[in-house]
Design a protein around this ligand. Structure first.
Ligand SMILES: [Zn+2]
Length: 274
């Protein structure tokens, strides 16, 4: 624990004399209070911790029940030695509480990590590169973090985590097979992997994303759904043929955008409910 050294050092200082107390208070950033030091005593303005010295807790609750509205502010004149000792006692107690909570946190994290390993999720979580993580990887990291916090996952969370691991592996296998998309006006045939409808300032948009398999590997085309298909229920899993002017994306050469899609038709359709 990083806090242990601080506590040990603090405990080692003996506050016996006024000069010890001044040295201690200065070392912990409480030098300002020393401006009232006179004849070994400080003058400290106090106010009720609950009402802040107003005597009224809230307009609903009325009179503060910590101070009863009596003496909500007052002046204390402790000796500087007593003040410094009390300060150190409180600081030590606070540091101990924090160290304890950190230890509890670390133990829970270790328990959660062991649980992830025992359930076959450790390697998949460790393999995630946080710089380039995908949506599925992000969700798996979220579950891992939950597990580190609570020590385990629920049955449902575990089932979901396992489905994410499969999805991530599938995606990695698919990525390994990527090739650069072609450029120009071409006819393509491929499987629809998504169809998205969205609304913006220009009206409704309807776009499809198509996975184009070739002998060398695959690439992905995203274009507005061709006019011939817009009124149909063409969906994920269907195979379509279309002609479009294809331009690979600047950031991913295996992903291209298609313009002016035409001559579109559905080659095969799937009945798989999605
Ligand atoms: Zn009060």
């Amino acid at each position: 624990m990083t806090n242990t050294s601080t506590i040990t050092i603090t405990k080692r200082i003996t506050i016996k004399t006024e000069s010890d107390a001044v040295q201690y208070l200065t070392s912990v950033g409480e030098a300002a209070v020393l401006s009232s030091l006179s004849d070994g005593r400080l003058t400290i303005e106090r106010s009720c911790h609950r009402c802040g010295g107003s005597g009224i807790y809230s307009s609903y609750h009325g009179t503060c029940f910590a101070c009863g509205g009596v003496r909500p502010t007052w002046t204390e004149c402790p000796t500087v030695i007593a003040y410094a000792r009390r300060h150190r006692k409180n600081a030590t107690a606070r540091a101990n509480r924090e160290a304890k909570s950190m230890a509890v946190h670390a133990a829970k994290r270790a328990e959660g990590q062991a649980w992830l390993e025992a359930n076959g999720l450790g390697a998949a979580v460790a393999a995630i590169d946080s710089e380039t993580r995908t949506g599925a990887e992000q969700m798996l990291l979220g579950l891992a973090s939950s597990c580190h916090q609570f020590g385990s996952l629920t049955e449902k969370q575990l089932a979901f985590a396992r489905s994410l691991v499969v999805e991530i592996a599938d995606r990695k296998a698919a990525d390994a097979d990527k090739i650069n998309a072609p450029t120009g006006r071409l006819e393509i045939t491929g499987e629809v992997i998504s169809r998205k409808f969205s609304e913006n300032a220009y009206g409704l948009t309807d776009r499809i994303t198509v996975l184009v398999e070739t002998e060398a590997g695959h690439w992905i085309l995203n274009c507005t759904t061709p006019a011939a298909l817009t009124g149909t229920c063409v969906k994920r899993g269907d195979t379509v043929r279309l002609t479009a002017t294809i331009t690979p994306s600047d950031t991913d050469p295996s992903f291209a955008f298609g313009k002016r899609p035409a001559k579109a038709s559905v080659v095969t359709t799937t009945t798989e409910a999605d």
